[in-house]
Every structure is written in C-alpha cells, then in structure tokens.
Design a protein around this ligand. Structure first.
Ligand code: NAD
Length: 337
C-alpha cells in the first residue's frame, strides 16, 4: 500500500478534500489537483498542484507517476447552479472526464475511479414524492434531468468502454446527495443540506425565524454523510466491481422535514416561507441492494448525527461572516438537488 501513489482530482473541493484526508490516514502517498486550494482547511496531500484539467497537457502532468486515479473534478453545484448552466457544465465536465481518463491510460495508471451521480437516473422514474428507490439498472432508457446528468452518464460509458476495450481497471460510483462540514455553504454552489443549515443559522443568529424554501418543500431526497461516502469510495476502489454502483443512504425525507430537523438541532423554531425556485426531480432515493451485495456494507451514520455535525460547522461560518460583514442577506438562495 505504501508503494501505491494516488492522484485525487477535485482535491480542493468538498469530497476530494475529505478523500485526501482518508487516503493519507490509510498511509498512501497522495497528489491533489484542482483549480483551487481547499477553501477552509489546508490539504494533507503530499503534493498539491493547481491545474485546469480541461486542458490535455495538464491532465498528462496530473496523472504522471501514479497507480490509482480518483477523478472527482467537476464543475458542479446545487440545483440553482445545475439548472442554469447547462452549456458550461457539459463543456467543462466532458473535457475533464475525457482528458483525465485518457491521460491516466497513457501514463499507465492501474486503476481509475469515476464519480458519477444519482442525477443520471431518468426523469420519468422520479415524478412522485413517494418514489421507488432507484436501482443501478434503472439508468436506461436514459432521460437524465440536466446536462450535468447527461455528462455523468456519458462518462460512465467512457469508463466502461476503457475497461472493455483497453483493459483499464475502472470503478464507477453514483453518489446520492453527499453532505458534511467543509463544503460550499453560500455563494450559489451549495446544496440543500448546507443551504438549509445556513438559513437556520441566520434565523438563529439574527432572530428572524423566516426560512425560505424553493417550491412546496415536499420534494424528497436521501442524504449521505461524508465519512460514509469516503469509506464507500475506498471499499469500492478495492473491490473487483467495474459496473456503476449507488452510494448513498436509503432514508427518504422531505426538504420541509429536513429544515425542521435542522431547526431542532439549532434549538429554535422556524417559519417556513415557500418561494418559487428550481426543485429538481420530485423524489429521489437510493436502492442499496447491490451496494450491500457488492461491498457487504452500507452507509450507517444517521441523518440526525450527520446534520448535527454539519450544522455546528456552518453555524460557526455564519457567525464569523455576520460579525465581519453584518451581512443579513445570507438567508437567500436555497439550493436543492
Ligand atoms: P466540489 O465542487 O466541492 O468539488 C469539485 C472540484 O472540482 C472543485 O474543487 C473544483 O474547483 C474542481 N474543478 C472544477 N473544474 C475543474 C477544472 N477544470 N480543473 C480542475 N479542477 C476542477 O464538488 P463535490 O461535492 O466535492 O463533488 C465531487 C465529485 O462528486 C464531482 O464529480 C461531483 O459531480 C460528484 N458528485 C457529488 C455529489 C454531492 O452530493 N456532493 C453528488 C453526486 C456526484
């Protein structure tokens, strides 16, 4: 293991940063690559290079002298970002995905891990709040919701073709709403759990109990805590399973109930204000049958526990921001995927 050198792309982002920490704790040598450094805490990577992975020559540089590649780099965000930037997302992420895997192949990487998403699942299976959990085989006939999902689906196929035709050892995970501390919590790229934590923290710290939620808040999702996510990534990488695999929790909750859960954690009462805004699909849940079969494991950290850890961190960020800017506009823009 100590001999295995690893590249993590997107190491300046939320999951990438946590993954680098996990790999370092396991004793690996790690190179992180991103267009930015981690925002909140310094990286623990042995090397960290600022490289734009849309560019081929940068991908060749990033993938040099490593045996394992975890490709997490992507132009992404919550529902507000994803539903308004189709052209940019498809362009940027296709360039990243196609260049990184080809560069890894040319440089002789032994194993390649690709982070896909539950956003690849078809719209027509996600029209009800009481949605049936999504199985891996439900992906086709394809009808992903946004350009973000289409790119993920195509890049899954690229991994599968590289596996079949070039013999590359590939792994493909489909994340279902990963959340936790040290992720985007403001600015438009934050996702629902972070946005809700921010708005509840603002309500608590300003004394204004109103919390805005896009749509009627009855849309449903499942949410998976970051420590379960990084554990699942390593287990899948070390398995021999080359087909796409869900990684998420299978507990369905409405956005309204998630907001109430966070309010309880914060120890306040909130008044939900429903406003127009992109909501994504009506319901989405993970079927973990295959995850259990393949890994003999599934995420176990409860939503309450994960949200408590996340809320504590975000409340502190909000407190610092309110003190430094006296900025009460932080309550806007809930983003929900
Ligand atoms: P993130 O936005 O925090 O991290 C992505 C990182 O990629 C960012 O740091 C960004 O700067 C970097 N990046 C973007 N363009 C780049 C470029 N041209 N060159 C180099 N780096 C670039 O997102 P995340 O939540 O950590 O997601 C990690 C991966 O998991 C992504 O591929 C994402 O699509 C996927 N995913 C995440 C979730 C989730 O719930 N967070 C769900 C499904 C899939």
């Amino acid at each position: 293991m100590a001999d295995t050198k690893i590249l993590v792309t997107g190491a300046g982002g939320f999951i990438g940063h946590h993954l680098v920490n996990k790999l370092k704790a396991e004793g690996y040598w790690v190179r992180g690559v991103d267009v930015k450094h981690p925002e909140f805490v310094a990286t623990t990577a042995d090397e960290f290079e600022l490289l734009d992975l849309r560019r081929w020559e940068n991908c060749l540089r990033a993938t040099r002298d490593v045996q394992h590649v975890y490709n997490l780099a992507a132009d992404m965000g919550g529902m507000g970002f994803i539903s308004h930037n189709h052209a940019q997302i498809l362009h940027n992420n296709l360039l990243i995905s196609t260049h990184v895997i080809e560069a890894a192949r040319i440089n002789g990487a032994q194993r390649f891990f690709y982070t896909s998403s539950a956003c690849i699942y078809p719209n027509y299976l996600q029209t009800e709040t009481s949605v049936a959990p999504l199985k891996e085989d439900d992906a086709y006939p394809a009808d992903p919701q946004d350009a973000y999902g289409w790119e993920k689906l195509v890049s899954e196929r690229i991994c599968q073709y590289y596996h079949e035709e070039y013999g590359m050892d590939t792994r493909i995970v489909r994340f279902h709403n990963i959340f936790g501390p040290l992720g985007a919590w403001e600015g438009g790229r934050e996702k629902a759990p972070a946005a809700i934590c921010r708005k509840v923290a603002v309500a608590k710290l300003t004394g204004n109990p109103e919390v805005e939620i896009w749509g009627d808040g009855e849309q449903t999702r499942s949410f998976c805590y970051i420590d379960d996510c990084t554990e699942g990534i390593l287990r899948l990488m070390h398995s021999d399973y080359a087909e796409p695999l869900n990684l998420g929790q299978d507990r369905l909750i409405t956005i309204n109930d998630l907001a109430e859960m966070v309010a309880e954690i914060a120890g306040i009462r909130i008044v939900q204000k429903h406003i127009p805004g992109p909501q994504g699909v009506r319901g989405r849940n993970s079927d973990n049958t295959r995850l259990r079969e393949v890994l003999g494991w599934e995420p176990s950290i409860s939503l309450e526990e994960g949200m408590a850890r996340t809320y504590t961190w975000i409340e502190e960020q909000v407190r610092q921001k309110l003190v430094s800017t006296a900025d009460n506009t932080l309550a806007a823009d809930p983003s929900i995927t």
